[in-house]
Write a protein that binds this ligand. Structure first.
Ligand code: AMP
Length: 331
């Protein structure tokens, strides 16, 4: 483990009592967002109810790179087998609040080419009153990912943490539309923002992606990732940009959660590498690798329904596909 991966106290002070275990504990990624049940219909099949939610996908994807602590709310219908899946990836569930009522339920149906989907049901249930409260041992974590929830709630989480090295998140067209002022007030404190191309155009009011990126970066986040669905993703940072193509999947069963898994792979990799922007701008190559890991995790997510791919996915599978990306983008 290089010095850059150690928590700030280890760089100088006289704190000799860190072990590998509690360093890992100190270096966790906090993930906030929805934990849900989803109903999904794609041309390959239909599942009425299965584990979903943005925080679920982000946490599962990030758990291959770093230790994850989740902050979310579920109802009393949340099944033990779903708790077990998250726990099997060593995700800290002490911030998973369980309250009387039903877990958030979302249902959607994909178009035949699976590039688009229609939302059929959004039953917020216990998620309607979600007021994220971080357990004490979450508050000093260096990495925070704010999943897609109301911007004011995202900001309330930022205000509960101290000593954060890297913080960012994503959002959606709904918040850009109805809570624009709050969103601008929230993202101005972020190091990075992940959105799709349509949202980038909506947020900036500009069609040209490069100009849209410039305008959004001036709103706060110095690193911007614009996801482009099956066409890949673009990374913008103060020293330039980087583009990664989409992975051509043999089997695309269910794209639900792909964007969230991209986010989990991206942020999880940076957290696992112990990046610290306080020491200077994040290395562009490292950011590029994070975007490729994001694409790798997003692609695996689509290979089976819901979170099923994560029941068998290994770090070796991930690293193999990462190398495949290297091969088909080299020239
Ligand atoms: P993605 O396909 O990456 O957009 O993520 C889909 C996931 O987001 C599903 O598992 C849903 O449960 C969850 N989701 C859908 N709508 C919302 C919402 N309004 N707020 C939070 N999470 C949502």
């Amino acid at each position: 483990m290089g010095l850059s991966r150690l928590p700030p106290q280890c760089h100088h002070g006289t704190t000799p009592f860190y072990t590998l275990e509690n360093i890992a504990e100190l270096m966790s990624l906090v993930v906030v967002g929805s934990v849900a049940y989803d109903g999904v219909e794609t041309p390959h099949g239909k599942v009425d109810r299965m584990l979903g939610g943005a925080a679920t996908y982000i946490s599962l994807a990030a758990s291959y790179f770093t230790h994850v602590k989740i902050v979310a709310v579920v109802g009393d219908d949340f099944a033990q087998q779903d708790v077990d899946l998250l726990a099997s990836r060593d995700i800290d569930l002490s911030g998973l609040e369980r309250v009387p009522g039903k877990t958030f339920f979302w249902a959607g149906k994909y178009t035949p080419d699976m590039n688009d989907r229609e939302t059929l049901i959004t039953d917020l249930n216990v998620f309607a009153d979600f007021n994220p409260k971080l357990p004490d041992h979450y508050k000093s974590q260096p990495y925070v990912f704010l999943g897609n929830i109301q911007p004011d709630l995202q900001d309330s989480v930022r205000m509960q943490v101290n000593g954060t090295r890297l913080i960012g998140g994503d959002t959606m067209n709904l918040w850009i539309d109805i809570t624009r002022a709050q969103l601008l007030n929230t993202i101005k404190h972020w190091d990075f923002l992940l959105i799709n191309d349509g949202e980038a155009r909506m947020l900036s009011g500009l069609n040209h992606l490069g100009k849209a990126a410039e305008k959004i970066m001036a709103m706060g986040p110095k690193t911007l990732i614009i996801k482009r669905g099956e066409y890949g993703a673009m990374l913008f940072h103060p020293n330039g940009y980087f583009a990664v193509p989409g992975y051509l999947l043999d089997q695309l069963y269910d794209p639900t959660g792909a964007g969230d898994c991209f986010a989990g792979g991206f942020m999880g990799y940076l957290a696992g590498e112990g990046v610290d922007p306080a020491n200077g701008p994040i290395d562009a190559k490292l950011l590029g690798r994070a975007v490729v890991y994001g694409s790798v995790l997003g692609s695996f997510c689509c290979e089976q329904f819901g979170v099923d791919r994560f029941r068998s996915l290994t770090k070796k599978d991930i690293d193999q596909r990462f190398e495949e990306f290297r091969t088909f983008t080299a020239f």
